[in-house]
Design a protein around this ligand. Structure first.
Ligand code: FES
Length: 95
């Protein structure tokens, strides 16, 4: 079951992105954070100090809790639009 809103929602085209090497359906132009959330991903990385789970919080680019590695670059997932074929690595650290 999808948690996406169905019906009269305009979305970009469906594409596949790789998340830790596995294919995940996403839509061009939605945020990587939205795509990950829709795919059931809640833990994006571990805290570099205490080791606790970190995930999305503000969803507006302020908190940096959603930082993941996208195509080799540490990036806030909530600020990066989905592109076809992007490679997303979870578990990244800000260190
Ligand atoms: S959730 Fe806060 S910067 Fe992305």
């Amino acid at each position: 079951m999808s948690i996406r809103i169905e019906g009269s929602v305009d979305r970009g085209s469906a594409v596949e992105v790789m998340v830790d090497g596995r294919p995940v359906e996403a839509f061009v132009g939605e945020s990587v954070a939205a795509a990950l959330y829709a795919a059931g991903v809640r833990e994006l990385r571990k805290s570099p100090t205490a080791g606790g789970s970190r995930g999305m919080f503000c969803l507006m680019g302020v908190c940096q809790e959603c930082v993941v590695r996208i195509d080799g670059r540490l990036t806030p997932a909530c600020q990066e639009p989905v592109r076809a074929g992007m490679a997303i690595e979870l578990g990244g650290s800000l260190a």
